[in-house]
Design a binder for this molecule. Structure first.
Ligand SMILES: *Cc1c(COP(=O)(O)O)cnc(C)c1O
Length: 282
């Protein structure tokens, strides 16, 4: 695990460069909250080493970096279509890549490693289906795809609305001294999957804000606990103080509601209620 930038929560290219060694095979930045990570800087760090760059774009489908869309920034880009994500197919996801060999491999891998010979490849034995590698069943159903395709047409409408809500939060919350608003990377657009504030006081203040806002009816949440603090990674022996920026960020962060169906009245009410909660805890 490499540490994150303390303001954006995105993987820090410098931290990555300090951890790269001969055993490094892939680097997987997470586009946390919907902002693309700095893939350009990651490529500079990788140089000509045989290391693949995989974007976890579960939050950021539809976002851009210098006008280039998510899906074109890394070697492979993984998307999630879980119901809470930018668009949904009920469950499932997709991987985007521009490398024919990987595309062929993944298409076989998701279907028991079976590559069906096309009629043009084998005209004498067109029935032939060959298992070429050890794969699994990772197929999405046609019914899910039908939902996903109709959702795809609404992606930009959804993101535009999320952006409007984020804008209202920035305007409405900027005068609260004890909280920081999301740190933004220059020349990027965000999918605004999450809108996260950070307390500038301490983790006890975050906890008090969480409970106060919940009691006032605002569905705040914490995204996320640092991955290496989860029991599984703890059982592998990762020290808890590894990645201090991520640990500190996680101790302060709080997500406010953001979803396309929120009305302007909903947003204004959340803004007002955050002010009320902050005042109550002064
Ligand atoms: C939701 C999510 C995932 C997992 O997506 P699945 O569709 O459950 O596989 C991975 N990474 C991030 C950042 C996510 O938000």
């Amino acid at each position: 695990f490499a540490d994150v930038d303390p303001v954006t929560g995105l993987l820090d290219p410098q931290a990555v460069s300090e951890l790269i060694n001969d055993r490094t095979r892939i680097i997987v930045p997470v586009d946390y909250t919907g902002q693309p990570a700095d893939y350009h800087a990651m490529r500079t760090v990788i140089g000509d080493r045989p290391i693949a760059l995989i974007a976890d774009a579960a939050h950021s489908m539809g976002a851009t970096d210098n006008g280039r869309p998510v899906g074109t920034l890394a070697d492979l880009t993984t998307l999630s279509f879980h119901p809470v994500k930018p668009i949904t197919s009920g469950e499932g996801g997709a991987i985007v890549c521009s490398n024919d060999a990987w595309d062929t491999h993944m298409r076989a891998f998701r279907s028991h490693g079976i590559a069906r010979a096309t009629a043009t490849e084998n005209q004498t034995e067109p029935w032939r289906q060959e298992m070429t590698l050890l794969g699994f069943n990772y197929r999405i159903t046609d019914i899910q795809c039908a939902l996903g395709k109709s959702q795809l047409g609404r992606l930009h409408e959804y993101i535009a609305r999320r952006g409007e809500i984020a804008c209202k939060y920035f305007g409405g919350l900027r005068d609260i001294d004890s909280i920081a608003l999301p740190g933004l990377r220059e020349n990027t657009t965000s999918g605004w999957h999450l809108f996260t504030i950070r307390t500038l006081r301490d983790t006890a203040h975050r906890q008090a804000l969480f409970h106060k806002l919940r009691s006032l009816g605002v569905g705040v949440q914490v995204h996320y606990e640092p991955v290496h603090h989860h029991p599984y990674y703890q059982s592998l022996g990762y020290p808890k103080d590894r990645c201090p920026n991520a640990v500190d960020f996680a101790s302060r962060v709080l997500s406010l509601p953001i979803f396309p169906a929120m009305t302007n009245e909903d947003v204004a009410w959340v803004v007002e209620t955050v002010h009320e909660a902050v005042r109550a805890l002064e």
